[in-house]
Design a protein around this ligand. Structure first.
Ligand SMILES: [Zn+2]
Ligand SMILES: [Zn+2]
Length: 232
């Protein structure tokens, strides 16, 4: 099947899912949205830098993180942001297939996760939130908070600067555009924080959020993301 046809099938199935067939291949009903074979086929990351989740031989901290350490301390990404994972993320985000948030949360919960005091979902600017009606990161964080038994801060961190999607921009320009984008109203003195986001592209936005959290006193910030863009 051509990727685009499979993608359309995927979206149709997302719309039709009611605890039934696998979203991607239509296999027999199971306990999860995707059958075990399709989950196993999702695009895994190669050995990666523990800090930024980009490919790195033997899982060592990469040269870029060594020479210019980001504000976050670690990143766990479930999959590469590629077919069919990109379609799943977009179905949650742009087609409000909220059942996928639960699937992503359970998938994260199945990995070895850090001990944290608080989960902070990547905030959306109020204008973007009004357009979409929900924050996909918050939906995933809710599921994860239940699994981890950890509190979540849905309103303690605000996005005060509306930045248009700029995935095509290089890191430096993204970093400039997101500067000052977040306001943390919480006292995070001594806290270890997990930041939940759906997609990590250059990492500039997550870096800026981590900066705001550290300024509010957080001692450690770890990113938990569904998918990581890996440059080719
Ligand atoms: Zn399947
Ligand atoms: Zn790195």
């Amino acid at each position: 099947m051509m990727p685009s046809a499979l993608f359309n099938t995927c979206l149709r199935n997302v719309q039709a899912w009611a605890g039934e067939d696998c979203l991607l291949c239509g296999a027999e009903p199971g306990p999860e949205l995707l059958c075990p074979a399709c989950v196993a086929d999702l695009p895994a990351l190669p050995e990666s830098c523990p800090r930024c989740a980009l490919p790195s031989p033997a899982g060592a901290v990469c040269g870029s993180c060594l020479s210019r350490p980001p504000n976050f301390d670690a990143t766990l990404a479930l999959w590469r942001y590629e077919f069919p994972c990109d379609g799943l993320v977009q179905a949650l985000k742009y087609r409000a297939r909220l059942a996928l948030a639960g699937f992503f949360a359970r998938s994260l919960a199945s990995r070895p996760l850090p001990e944290v005091d608080l989960i902070v979902p990547m905030p959306l600017h109020p204008r973007r939130l009004a357009d979409r009606g929900f924050n996909q990161a918050l939906e995933i964080a809710r599921g994860l908070a239940r699994h981890l038994g950890r509190p979540i801060a849905p309103r303690g961190v605000l996005r005060v600067k509306d930045t248009p999607p700029q995935t095509a921009l290089p890191y430096e320009e993204r970093a400039k555009n997101v500067r000052g984008a977040f306001l943390c109203k919480l006292d995070l003195s001594g806290a270890s924080v997990a930041v939940l986001d759906d997609v990590m592209t250059t990492g500039a936005t997550l870096n800026e959020l981590a900066r705001a959290l550290k300024r509010a006193g957080a001692t450690r910030v770890e990113n938990l993301v569904v998918a990581r863009t890996v440059p080719r």
